[in-house]
Design a protein around this ligand. Structure first.
Ligand code: SER
Length: 320
């Protein structure tokens, strides 16, 4: 029986992934690991949960022992913009937290560990278009530094200890259930909320900024499909490029305008512009497509339709 502990379960990806895994493997078999004593109701009412601070190895051990966990999904991370504000915190959570997870996984002989990576592993010297799987990794953010080191560390545990560690380089993830926090790609979520609430948005990157992005249903599909792939078919482990769409901030605004002709956008780039400029426009995900059958479903216009509908419903109910 698979017993999965999701650390960072209350976050943007963690919250939806926990619910998806509960649907797939049974509510009691997916433990939400949350850093505070106040879990979101949607998680505490649908299955077991534990307070798990990734920096406290004993807390991870205790959750693993009490639920006989055999799989850990590590969704706890400090993202790029917050990381630049507090590099030591980013190092602590993203590296010391990760080594805690990997060591517990090794000690308790886990069946699998999922450790996400990010397009932040790339940097200004990386080819910008259709960025290859194997290429220059020279990130300029502490977040990117920890993600490169995390990929290498995960691969090391595969080779050195035979632990099944897997990971994918998420692009910017867009969703309407739980807000992202502290990332450079957060404008691609905020624009929809502001469009619904105020019909206008001030974007913190310029109109020409193009980044790889993915809608949450594709993110969940990619994550679960990688988890379910046969280990023997994997030539890579912790560093899969996964692509879906690639658009500029201007193109994103245009797709909102198709549904809301009175929507207004202006651009006021801040320090996040430099981070965005150091990341690719799009990625080559042939390895993911060949090794575990990755295929995205959503494009910009499908996603915009869905996002505006879901956020408008929340607005009408007075939830935002
Ligand atoms: N969404 C992340 C960020 O912007 C990238 O992985 O930091």
């Amino acid at each position: 029986m698979t017993k999965i502990l999701v650390i960072g379960s209350a976050g943007q990806i963690g919250s939806e992934l926990t619910l998806n895994l509960r649907e797939l493997y049974g509510d009691d078999n997916v433990i939400a690991g949350i850093i505070t004593s106040k879990p979101p109701e949607i998680l505490s009412e649908t299955g077991p949960w534990e307070i798990v601070d990734i920096l406290d190895r004993q807390m991870i051990v205790s959750a693993v022992k009490s639920h006989r966990v055999d799989t850990i999904v590590n969704m706890a991370a400090i993202l790029s913009a917050t990381g630049e504000g507090n590099p030591m915190l980013a190092w602590d959570v993203n590296m010391n937290g990760l080594i805690n997870v990997l060591e517990v996984a090794r000690e308790f002989k886990m069946k699998q560990v999922l450790v996400p990576s990010s397009i932040a592993v790339f940097g200004p010297a990386t080819p910008v278009n259709h960025t290859p799987q194997e290429t220059v990794l020279n990130p300029t953010t502490i977040y990117g530094v920890t993600k490169v080191a995390g990929e290498l560390l995960g691969d090391y545990y595969v080779k050195r200890y035979g632990l099944d560690v897997r990971g994918l380089r998420y692009p910017g993830i867009i969703s309407h259930k739980t807000l992202p926090g502290g990332g450079t790609t957060d404008y691609a979520v905020a624009i929809y909320y502001e469009a619904v609430k105020n019909r206008k948005y001030t974007c913190f990157v310029n109109e020409e900024t193009r980044l790889p992005m993915m809608y949450m249903p594709d993110c969940l599909k990619a994550t679960i499909e990688l988890m379910q792939a046969d280990f023997k078919t994997l030539g890579h482990h912790c560093n899969f490029n996964v692509g879906a769409m690639s658009f500029t901030a201007g193109e994103l605004a245009l797709s909102v305008k198709k549904h809301m002709p009175d929507f207004e956008i202006n651009y006021k780039p801040d320090e996040r512009q430099k981070i965005a400029d150091s990341w690719p426009d799009s990625v080559d995900d042939t390895a993911a497509r060949e090794e575990w059958g990755w295929k995205h479903e959503y494009d910009l216009d499908n996603m915009t339709r869905d996002m505006l509908k879901a956020i408008s419903e929340k607005h009408e109910k007075g939830l935002i």
